[in-house]
Design a protein around this ligand. Sequence first.
Ligand code: TMP
Length: 219
Amino acid sequence: MTRGAGAPALRGRFIVLEGGEASGKSTQAAILAERLGAVLTREPGGTEVGERIRELLLHGPPLDARTETLLLLAARAQHVATVIAPALSAGRDVVCDRFSGSTLAYQGWGRGLDPQRLQLLSSWAAAGWEPDLVVLLAVTPEVVAARLRDRPVAPDRMEGEDAEFFARVERGFASLAGGDPARWSTVDGAGAMDEVAERVAAVVDRLPARSGPSSSRPS
Ligand code: TMP
């Protein structure tokens, strides 16, 4: 379709999958991106700088909570500036495995940092870009424990946190989803991969095909 001269370009949809460890969101993000023909990306990561920061965060030495947060946000700034914003502006849908919800859940609820300050810093790092839809994959602690047991790799720095930390993170996600039902949808992450993918697809199908030029970006 050609657009008239001067008509605003329609931007793509920004869809984020969130959830705790072993919630299956990376698998579901990949299935969804394939289905939509969307750009698939992840946080922390998604750029060369972001992937190096990810390595430091997950496999590096112990970090102070503020250092951890600022590294995550540095990765986000680079990711938004060089991958997410250009893709959305060009009309591509973007499916991102984790975004600002993870910062609020892990660094806010998990580490105990001030949520309002985190929100401001994250929004600044993301140059105001926000997801159109956040799909929260909810799984019970028993399912998570079983999936982590079956993983062949050693736990990373975050996965090594204690059960109370993850309980706070889960409460954080539930609170974020409950507090913003227009943007967040909770999907049952238990069961076979295809069944969960159908549930995710049903939620995404309710989103309008294309958002307006700046609806995810507050002025
Ligand atoms: P995952 O993508 O394999 O789930 O691993 C990413 C880890 O990084 C996970 O433990 C959650 C953590 N994380 C945060 O703590 N805060 C954030 O803002 C993001 C994006 C991830």
